[in-house]
Design a protein around this ligand. Structure first.
Ligand code: FES
Length: 123
């Protein structure tokens, strides 16, 4: 099974490694791993709060659909390795994933108990 390595976040200061079945989305994997990822629209490809950078293994992923591309166009800090966590299914390869600052701040906004920790976010 592919392994996902989530880079450190404000809630998870060390890398978090999780093994998942192919076909699981990055958002589902992050939730299972306890890694903060925004999901303001509930995974419906209607916001960009689940924006991630897939820094290793990007080429193993299915190409994105036009809807994902459109939404990513509204995100901050878009890179060649940007994807929406809710739309990106893990394939057979291992991945290394950075949860963007935008996504971590969105997570804080959705989980007010973490308010005030924005300064701890380093990406
Ligand atoms: S959670 Fe809104 S686009 Fe992914």
């Amino acid at each position: 099974m592919p392994v996902i390595r989530f880079m450190p976040t404000f809630l998870t200061p060390d890398e978090v490694v999780i093994e998942v079945e192919p076909g699981v989305t990055l958002q589902e994997a992050a939730e299972e791993a306890g890694v903060p990822m925004g999901d303001a629209c509930g995974g419906n490809c209607a916001c960009s709060t689940c924006h991630v950078h897939v820094v290793e293994g990007f080429d193993s992923l299915e190409e994105m659909e036009d809807e994902e591309d459109d939404i990513l166009g509204k995100a901050e800090d878009v890179q060649m390795v940007s994807r929406l966590g809710c739309q990106t299914e893990v394939a057979d390869a291992d991945l290394k994933v950075r949860i963007t600052r935008e996504s971590q701040v969105a997570f804080i906004n959705e989980h007010p108990e973490h308010r005030g920790r924005e300064g701890e976010i380093e990406v």
